[in-house]
Design a protein around this ligand. Structure first.
Ligand SMILES: *Cc1c(COP(=O)(O)O)cnc(C)c1O
Length: 351
């Protein structure tokens, strides 16, 4: 990864490839038909995740989008509305599936890196009446992707969930990167999970599995989710071949997320030193670094990304003026330092 010729790919933490040990876990996992009876590896993953999150049950699914959309369906009926922040993945990056698949509407609220005001939630809850949809659910995201991998602090999560609950709303956590929040904050996963009715997690982001997510919650919620998983086309047969990778990820790859946070901090330092670039948000708490490219640099974010690519660093333009870098298990300290140097050089050279 450190030769000058090789690309340093910072586009996403979904790029990670399974290690030899993870592949070994996949091929040696005991399998069965998870629809007809059980797949023992899927069962074990679900039981282990439920134990980690201290929820009654969990359910394995192919993607984080599916866990989120099924959670919405578990909590809401067609004609209902849910509240989330206006940068949420569930609102931005899932094709409005809540409307397409479940007939729901959404009430996006302005937030600060996924942090909402309790008062704003209360104001957004619709009074009962013939004219209005029914507000059913609050959905939070932790860490927050478009918010630059920011951790929503436990006490704020607690306050927001308590506000929702006291007004009769259910609560769901999009925890695609919950374990990044856990490692960065030192708060146990079950402490976050305890605040929410349902929690989704992804094994295919920083945890390094090729495929897989899971939804956790009460036995009753997960029984409903199992029916919807079949409806949504996500019920799989010998899924243990995938769950084996997720199980390996859950037991071996959580603590090492601290490495990704460390390499992201190294990148952030280089961005801070660079003229024309501003970290937004300023604090880099986990593995996502987002920076703004000033007009004075001479080009937009797409131009900056193209310049990085010429130098072997891959990134995503995140808006017309923002670039996103994400660290993951294939990014070494050397890679981060080299990529950071390249970012700084391009910033100084201008477009
Ligand atoms: C990646 C991600 C998801 C789910 O993505 P899939 O690609 O469907 O697995 C959900 N929420 C957040 C915050 C994510 O970053």
């Amino acid at each position: 990864m450190s030769s000058t010729r090789e690309t340093i790919d910072l586009r996403s933490d979904t790029l990670t490839l399974p290690s030899e040990a993870m592949k070994q876990a996949m091929v040696t996992s005991p399998l069965g038909d998870d629809m007809i009876d059980v797949d023992p590896t899927v069962e074990q993953l679900q039981a282990d995740l439920a134990r980690v999150l201290r929820k009654e049950a969990a359910l394995f699914m192919p993607s984080g989008t599916m866990t989120n959309q099924i959670a919405l369906r578990v909590h809401c009926q067609p004609g209902d509305e849910f509240i989330c922040d206006d940068q949420a993945h569930i609102y931005h990056y899932e094709q409005g599936a809540f409307a397409q698949l479940s007939g729901l509407s959404v009430r996006p609220l302005a937030g600060n890196c996924g942090c909402l005001e309790p008062e704003a939630i209360v104001d957004a809850i619709r009074p009962p009446g013939l004219h209005t949809v029914t507000t059913r659910l609050l959905c939070l995201e932790n860490t927050h992707n478009r918010g630059g991998g920011t951790v929503i602090p436990l006490d704020l999560c607690a306050e927001l969930c308590e506000t929702a609950r006291s007004h009769g709303l259910a609560t769901h956590l999009d925890g695609a990167r919950l374990f990044n929040a856990v490692v960065a904050s030192g708060v146990a996963a079950h402490e976050f999970a305890a605040l929410f009715d349902t929690v989704s997690v992804c094994f295919s982001k920083g945890l390094g599995a090729p495929v897989g997510s899971a939804l956790a919650g009460s036995r009753e919620a997960i029984e409903k989710a199992r029916r919807y998983r079949k409806l949504f086309g996500g019920a799989m047969r010998q899924a243990g071949v995938l769950a084996g990778a997720a199980l390996y990820a859950l037991h071996h790859n959580v603590e090492r997320l601290a490495e990704d946070h460390r390499t992201a901090a190294l990148l952030a330092e280089c961005v801070r030193r660079s003229p024309h670039l501003t970290l937004e948000p300023e604090r880099v708490e986990t593995n996502i670094v987002i920076f703004r490219v000033a007009e004075a640099w001479g080009g937009d974010a797409a131009r900056f990304v193209a310049r990085l690519e010429e130098q072997g660093v891959r990134s995503f333009p995140f808006s017309r003026r923002h670039v996103r870098l994400v660290t993951h298990m294939h990014i070494s300290t050397d890679d981060a330092l080299k990529a950071g140097e390249i970012v700084e050089r391009i910033a100084r050279e201008r477009a």
